[in-house]
Design a protein around this ligand. Structure first.
Ligand code: SF4
Length: 63
C-alpha cells in the first residue's frame, strides 16, 4: 500500500497526473483535483509518473 499526498496549495488542477494514474487522480465536475489517499503497490509506478509530470511538484508518496 502506498500513501499519496498532494499539496493543494501548489496544485493548479492542470490534470496531467490524471493521465498518468487515472485510478488515483481525477478532476471532478468543477475541474478540481480529487485523489485517493492510499493506493495498491501496483499503482506506484503510475503515481511516480504523475509526480514526474506534475508541473507544480505538488505530489508526493509518503513513505
Ligand atoms: S499534475 Fe499536479 S498540478 Fe496538475 S492536477 Fe495533478 S497534482 Fe495538480
Amino acid at each position: 500500500m502506498i500513501t499519496i499526498d498532494v499539496d493543494m496549495n501548489k496544485c493548479q488542477h492542470y490534470g496531467q497526473c490524471v493521465f498518468e494514474a487515472p485510478s488515483v487522480f481525477k478532476l471532478n465536475n468543477d475541474d478540481k483535483l480529487e485523489f485517493t489517499a492510499t493506493a495498491d503497490d501496483s499503482e506506484r509506478s503510475n503515481v511516480e509518473a504523475a509526480i514526474d509530470v506534475c508541473p507544480m511538484q505538488a505530489i508526493t508518496i509518503v513513505e
